[in-house]
Design a protein. Sequence first.
Length: 138
Amino acid sequence: MGGSVAMKQLTIVTDDKVGLLADVSYLLGRAKINIESISAVVSGGKAFFSIGVRDDTRVSQVLKANGYNVISSDMLVVKLEDKPGELARVSKLLSDAGVSIENVAILAKADEMVFDCLKVDKTEKARKLLGPLLDLER
């Protein structure tokens, strides 16, 4: 197993409209902010964006200045071998310690490795559990 690194997840909940993704991505691109991960879901006329970034303060400022309500939360990026059972091993380690995974997504796969992004209910506890495994340079 590889390791973990902190990332921020920003959540935007807004009324859905045509061009919403274009607007959000344009605002961040114009501010020279790189999006590490993004997902969007529309339900009941509302759009829910989850955006993974490294500098949440700057992103929040840009989006709030343009009328978006933004909620920030901590995420952990975990580097694992790309083989069956690795995510199960991490999730069991966390659940055995009483840490609940609230959100998980695959960010990227490369060189037989996978980068998963986790949102947990006890970030510091999870960071300590995964900390000894931190080595994203390998």
